[in-house]
Design a binder for this molecule. Structure first.
Ligand code: SF4
Length: 391
């Protein structure tokens, strides 16, 4: 039976992330909390950090099992063979051998389900360890995605968020490869035409993979929501080149411009990294001004942190930590202002809001098609329903 993390359970699974700063420290803290609460429980660590640093993780007192990128899907089999007295076991193979796509989706919500359709990445951004942790780009087939969507829809969900590590690179087949067997635009068209579920969102897409035809399609789509999340990482072409990103700021600006021309109501989220090596004051200012200028709705701001085995480690000059944090604060403030402006621009408009089931102290939450968060006094009849709502 599934339990909340704060409850006593027989097995705890911690899914680690290599993007999180201090993944190691956070992991240790969580294991200590588990040991205090349930000393008899088995503790399993999975995810990117488990793939990248299995030995370090196995050495954390209280850890019983470390599962790498391929083995995490066999968790039940491994658990059957374990006891709490065993020494920590590592089941992980070289990432080059992680070469099969395994579909999965979230199960903790009824309203909105995250469906993985792609995994891994063939890019080599200079700050990123994800290709080392997740392997090469590989994907589900369109036919299989349609089957999964049909089964999720049968369970009653109204919205599916398509996810992947490099989602726009969808279509390289179950084992990856050099060429695309299918492509992301074909998937989007097939899903839209299937009419299987009310709503789809695209979790995140690289700007160079967000084609103009895809933007036009979403603008006229019945099921794809006017909401894009597009990593930018820097508004300076010099830094983008050092990051080995595959676009320049002008392309980004063009994509945002096209989205807003075709869908003035669209929500656009942006990932940005501050404090990358070589990001001088003027180059940071260039990023901040660029973000100020373009018509985006919110930011996810990441503070650059050094990662083993990445090219960025060799780049100079390094930005002092306190300056990285100051820049993070400046852009988070900008994000707050942008979100406020975006929401205010829609006040008085009627938009379709999908309400989620949970009753949070007498209140419920939902998201509009263009991702404006709405709260309302709880009404059982609105659970998992799409309601016309005046913003
Ligand atoms: S596109 Fe770049 S940042 Fe994203 S997963 Fe691939 S290598 Fe990492």
């Amino acid at each position: 039976m599934k339990k909340e993390f704060d409850e006593v359970a027989d097995v705890y699974v911690i899914n680690t992330c290599s993007v999180t700063e201090n993944a190691d420290k956070e992991c240790r803290q969580l294991v200590r909390r588990i040991q205090r609460k349930a000393p008899e429980a088995l503790v399993v660590i999975t995810g990117c950090y488990a793939q990248l640093k299995p030995t370090e993780i196995a050495a954390i007192p209280g850890v019983n099992l470390v599962l790498g990128a391929a083995e995490k899907f066999n968790i039940a089999t491994h658990l059957k063979e374990m006891t709490n007295n065993d020494a920590a076991k590592i089941c992980s193979c070289d990432i080059e051998d992680v070469n099969v796509f395994t579909a999965s989706h979230s199960i903790n919500e009824r309203t909105r389900i995250f469906l993985k359709v792609q995994d891994g990445c063939d890019y080599n951004c200079s700050f990123c360890t994800i290709p080392m942790a997740r392997g090469k780009s590989r994907s589900d087939s369109i036919d299989n995605v349609l089957k999964n969507v049909a089964s999720i829809a049968e369970g009653g969900a109204k919205e599916i968020v398509l996810t992947g590590i490099n989602l726009g690179d969808f279509g390289k087949g179950y084992t990856g490869g050099r060429k695309h067997e299918e492509n992301f635009f074909d998937l989007v068209k097939a899903l839209d035409e299937s009419n299987l579920i009310e709503r789809f969102r695209i979790s995140s897409i690289e700007p160079n993979l967000l084609s103009n035809e895809l933007i036009e399609f979403v603008a006229n789509s019945k099921h794809f929501m006017p909401h894009f999340h597009i990593p930018l990482q820097s508004g300076s072409n010099e830094i983008l080149a050092a990051m080995r990103r595959r676009y320049r700021k002008e392309l980004y600006q063009e994509k945002v411009g096209l989205i807003k021309t075709m869908m003035p109501h669209a929500c656009i989220g942006v990932d940005v990294i501050v404090g990358f090596p070589g990001e001088s004051d003027p180059l940071f200012k260039e990023t901040a001004e660029f973000l100020q200028e373009i018509d985006i709705s919110y930011l996810h701001v990441f503070t650059y942190s050094e990662r083993d085995h990445t090219h960025a480690l060799s780049l100079q000059p390094v930005v002092p930590i306190n300056i990285r944090h100051d820049r993070n604060k400046i852009l988070r403030q900008l994000s707050f202002t942008k979100m406020q402006q975006f929401t205010e621009a829609h006040i008085g408009q009627t938009r379709k809001v999908l309400f989620e089931g949970a009753n949070k102290n007498g209140m419920m939450e939902g998201f509009s098609d263009n991702y404006i968060k709405v709260t309302s006094p709880f009404k059982a009849t609105w659970e998992n329903e799409i309601v016309d709502w005046v913003i």
